[in-house]
Design a protein around this ligand. Structure first.
Ligand code: DGP
Ligand code: NA
Ligand code: NA
Length: 213
């Protein structure tokens, strides 16, 4: 490649949280912000329901099919693996990826069902590690009040309480805990600052790393 900035890579920014925590709104706003700065960025989400693996996941989530818990766990993981090389290509070409859910959802949701925590982590080993994880922290009761759930498989208060517990075992140095009960615009500003700093660090040559580092 050519150009003065050919060495600088994009940032891998992941948003995590319970269903109805505001991730989808905030990831859209982050994209608009980065586009406004003229910074190359794309919004991704997992599960990516457009692939054939993603269609199996989607049918499971909408209760149109039944699958063993381990099997569906591996499908979610496979859905991330099938996008891994494109993810690396995009990042290396300087595009920042804002990703709505990633491996942390994989572990949090499956271990909330009672699957072994380490077993849940294993298939994620070797995927690209996020440069920052924005965890939108909201009490499960408050998330449930937000216009109700859409009726998919996991959108039940009791289960979301367990997912919140599971997420607590996943925090590492890349996590920023965001108070998602605050007004949308306040959260938006906070995320803009965190992501701007993160992009600068990546542009200065921070290497890509891999889960679970
Ligand atoms: P969303 O499209 O973000 O609403 O996600 C769909 C549902 O699937 C949501 O309840 C979170 C859950 N989910 C997302 N990723 C994973 C994963 O990797 N494993 C499991 N078990 N559940 C996931
Ligand atoms: Na959902
Ligand atoms: Na979502």
């Amino acid at each position: 490649s050519s150009g003065a900035n050919s060495d600088s890579r994009g940032a891998l920014v992941v948003l995590e949280g319970l269903d109805r925590c505001g991730k989808t709104t905030q990831s859209g706003r982050l994209l608009t912000y980065l586009e406004g700065l003229g910074h190359p960025a794309e919004l991704w989400r997992f599960p990516d329901r457009s692939t054939s693996v993603g269609q199996m996941i989607s049918s499971y989530l909408s209760n149109q099919s039944q699958l063993d818990d381990h099997t569906v766990h591996l499908l979610f993981s496979a859905n991330r693996w099938e996008k891994r090389s494109l993810m690396e290509t995009k990042l290396k070409s300087g595009t920042t990826l804002i990703v709505d859910r990633y491996s942390y959802s994989g572990v949090a949701f499956s271990s909330a069902k009672g699957l072994d925590f380490e077993w849940c982590k294993a298939p994620e080993i070797g995927l690209l590690a996020p440069d920052v994880v924005l965890y939108l922290n909201i009490p499960p009761e408050k998330a449930a009040e937000r216009g109700g759930y859409g009726g998919e498989r996991y959108e039940k208060l009791e289960f979301q309480r367990k997912v919140a517990q599971s997420y607590q075992n996943l925090h590492d140095a890349s996590w920023k805990i965001i108070d998602a009960s605050r007004p949308v615009e306040d959260i938006e500003k906070q995320l803009q600052e965190i992501v701007s700093d993160c992009i600068k660090t990546c542009q200065k040559g921070k290497p890509l790393s891999f889960l679970w580092s």
